[in-house]
Design a protein around this ligand. Structure first.
Ligand code: CA
Length: 395
């Protein structure tokens, strides 16, 4: 039996990143998600290069595994061309529909899920350090979900001359739904939420809701969802099926193509563009009338002022205690350093200070070591010093 597909795909920058390093491919029968990594735009380049190379190779009739290997070579060779690009890489989770089977290629921590009969199943294994610790029984899934190093990959595309890419085949049934997504979605929206939204009959609606939910949960990372719903081929495809989207790495472009679903009060979440978001924020500011009422009641105003001052002093005291007891490893002027405090900058105010400087340059770190440093995970003093030892910071 040959299955027909309907699909919806979206990528969103999220609420905290300056760039979108995710890319996706929707060129039936090929679907893919790539989540790039590496500083100075290297992540964006890696994911879009992998997506483009994969799509071109599959369009040329090459088997998926071969196309994924070609994508690895393309990224690896590009990265080898310059020091700045050293360490660039990407995840890749892709499938090609072959009649009623999906043939997958997968590396990294983007995910493939299958919704069948109302149940959600994760098809891919995460290639991350914490996922491996879970598989070895050294960590529970709950611990892994909040682990500070959950973004460190154990395998990625483009970081080695030959990548070890998982290959598997899934037999599909009518009404199955497959989701490919980056960790900005799977790491943020609980599986039960994914299950519910994936059950929406229109895959474009499902993709929009998934993105909106990830933003509602804080949108800490780029968010990408490719939703594919399968049906028996005899059914007429819906007339309003959109044109097939080719490789589309940019969120803006996609947002323009698929305007936000506006339902109820949820105007700032989802895919509203920046000007709309700004308007909503302005309109939700406290009204002038409310402020005036407070000013009229002097006594109440005075009490409120004292309460605010007491709270501020308490927060500052607690903050000072926290800042002096937590540490992380970061980079100061190109060299590694142990910092005390939180890896946070509020404009010109930094919530950390150099605790101890190392002479080891960040540029001399291996890819794995860089990922560890880039995570800027918080640690106690003993733990941070032992990590700094293992990074060779004190020769
Ligand atoms: Ca990501």
């Amino acid at each position: 039996m040959t299955l027909a597909v309907q699909h919806g795909a979206l990528s969103d920058i999220g609420l905290h990143r300056k760039t979108n390093e995710d890319s996706y491919v929707v060129e039936p029968p090929l679907f893919a998600v790539c989540d790039g990594m590496g500083g100075a735009q290297a992540g964006e380049v890696a994911s879009s290069m992998a997506a483009t190379t994969l799509a071109t190779a599959v369009a040329d009739g090459r088997p998926l595994a071969e196309a994924a290997a070609a994508a690895n070579t393309a990224v690896y060779e590009h990265a080898a061309g310059s020091d700045e690009r050293a360490g660039m890489g990407t995840t890749l989770t892709a499938f090609v529909l072959e009649a009623d089977r999906a043939r997958f290629a997968h590396i990294g921590d983007s995910r493939a899920y299958l919704l069948r009969g109302g149940e959600l199943r994760q098809l891919s294994d995460d290639h991350s350090l914490v996922a491996e610790m879970v598989r070895d029984g050294r960590l529970t899934a709950e611990e892994a979900a909040v682990h500070p190093h959950r973004s460190i990959l154990s395998r990625a595309l483009g970081t080695e001359p030959r990548a070890s890419i998982d290959a598997f085949v899934v037999d599909l049934l009518p009404d199955d739904v497959v989701l490919l997504c980056s960790d900005g979605l799977s790491g943020v929206v609980p599986e039960d939420g994914i299950r519910k939204m994936l059950g929406r009959p229109d895959p474009r609606d499902a993709a929009q809701r998934l993105i909106r939910e990830a933003r509602k949960q804080g949108g800490p990372d780029n968010i990408t969802a490719v939703v594919v719903r399968f049906s028996a081929a005899a059914a007429e495809p819906p007339r309003d099926e959109p044109e097939t989207t080719s490789v589309a790495p940019g969120a803006d472009e996609v947002t323009a193509e698929l305007p936000p679903v506006v339902d109820g009060t949820d105007a700032t979440a989802g895919l509203a563009d920046r000007s709309e978001t700004a308007e909503s924020r302005t309109s939700s500011a406290p009204s002038a009338a409310g402020v005036a009422t407070l000013a009229r009641d002097h006594r109440r105003g005075l009490v409120a002022l004292v309460v605010v001052l007491v709270v501020l002093v308490a927060v500052a005291a607690a903050g000072a205690v926290v800042l002096s007891t937590v540490f992380f490893i970061g980079v100061d002027d190109g060299r590694l350093a142990v910092f005390s405090g939180l890896p946070v900058e509020l404009g010109p105010i930094k919530l950390h200070a150099v605790y101890r400087r190392s002479s080891r340059a960040y540029a001399s770190l291996s890819v794995t070591e860089r990922t560890t440093v880039d995570a800027r995970g918080l640690r106690g003093k003993a733990e941070v010093m032992s990590l700094s030892d293992s990074l060779g910071m004190w020769p």
